[in-house]
Write a protein that binds this ligand. Structure first.
Ligand code: GLA
Length: 361
């Protein structure tokens, strides 16, 4: 199979339509071949983990500062991504400012206590921590890397219809427990205040094409839209071969766009349990169908402007650890060769027969 380092650039092929992104790790950036692969094929970069609150918040420095509401930040985990993107002229999606997950409990606790049972902070003080955190991150990035970030995931995964709450908010989130749903509005207000020209503010979530979730997300977005606080909807897109429903994804994208929002697929992978050649061809066909649908949405005027793959090669995917079974969800194999799915996506805009165009050897 052809090395991904020699194959035609995906980013260049899709430049007339939308950005093609990858969420990558620090390990990817320090592997010269992986770094070349990123620079060749992608026009948008996301840090898989290193820009999440648990990586940027620094408890010892926070305690030393002596403020109840101003957390200290350490940007060293984020800097390699920002430097890499700037050096290679790749725009960045910042993921993520506010999330219930991968945010240390001490950030929500009185006196920044790291005891498991430490009392939670009062809402007014938590609001200051939230605002200070968002302002500090956005100020640092926008001052030191002006023009680099084009999209901010302001809030990730706040809706969970499975939890039975009437508005379908994720009630187990510490953000919710302290504030109720107002934390979302406050987060977007804080981000709006710090946003640089040309940047868009996103709400990001999974399962966003499922009817109940879609309904709740649309309700949330309408509320944010009433105050002009949100610019885009991030549909994560962790998809599975056996449950793929591309028409529902397209309908959901149109529903979000109908609110006047940009739409991006922010975390795309297509879980496939084997690397059996037939399975990889079926996966390629599914990817091709998905990208053809996205191109069609563009033609119909839907502002779908970026598609980001979650991880770089099958060897990097989070799904292997998560599913505890084989997973081959991406366009590149572990050895950085192009899978049939790569060619399917590369040629999705051409109206040719599916299988014959995937070079297998
Ligand atoms: C969610 C999050 C991402 C990442 C993936 C799995 O979708 O938004 O940050 O953690 O799960 O890796």
């Amino acid at each position: 199979m052809q090395s991904a380092l020699l194959a035609p650039s995906l980013a260049a092929a899709y430049a007339p339509y939308f950005r093609i992104g990858a969420a990558v790790s620090r390990r990817n950036l320090s592997d010269p071949d992986a770094a070349m692969l990123i620079a060749r094929h992608f026009s948008s970069l996301t840090a898989e983990n290193d820009m999440k609150p648990e990586h940027l918040l620094h408890r010892e420095k926070t305690l030393m500062q002596g403020s109840d509401t101003m957390p200290a930040l350490d940007f060293s985990p984020a800097i390699p991504f920002l430097d890499f993107a700037r050096e290679h002229g790749i725009a960045m999606r910042f993921h993520t400012l506010v999330w219930h997950n991968q945010t240390p409990r001490w950030f929500f606790a009185r006196d920044w206590s790291d005891r498991e049972d430490a009392p939670l902070l009062a809402p007014d003080q938590m609001l200051q921590r939230l605002t200070n955190y968002i302002a500090a991150v956005m100020h640092y990035v926008n001052t030191n890397y002006p023009g680099l970030v084009y999209a901010w995931d302001v809030v990730n995964e706040a809706i969970d219809p499975g939890q039975g709450h009437c508005d379908a908010f994720r009630t187990k989130s510490l953000w919710y427990q302290i504030f109720g749903p107002d934390y979302l509005t406050e987060a977007f207000r804080a981000a709006r205040a710090c946003q640089a020209e040309g940047q868009q503010l996103f709400y990001n979530d999974y399962d966003t094409a499922r009817p109940e979730k879609k309904k709740a997300v649309l309700r949330l977005l309408q509320r944010l839209q009433a105050e002009h606080l949100v610019d885009g909807m991030g549909m994560q897109g962790h998809l599975q071969m056996h449950a793929l429903d591309i028409p529902s994804c397209a309908q959901a994208a149109q529903a979000y766009a109908s609110l006047g929002l940009h739409v991006q697929i922010t975390e795309l992978d297509l879980h496939c349990t084997t690397a059996d050649p037939d399975a990889l061809i079926r996966q390629a066909d599914a990817y091709r169908e998905l990208f053809r649908t996205c191109l069609q949405l563009r033609r119909e005027g839907c502002p779908l402007d970026a598609i980001t793959f979650w991880c770089l090669t099958d060897g990097d995917t989070w799904l292997r650890a998560f599913r505890k079974e084989g997973s081959y969800p991406l366009l590149f194999a572990e050895d950085k060769t192009c899978k049939p799915a790569f060619y399917a996506v590369l040629h999705a805009m051409e109206d040719t027969a599916a299988q014959s165009q995937y070079p297998m050897a």
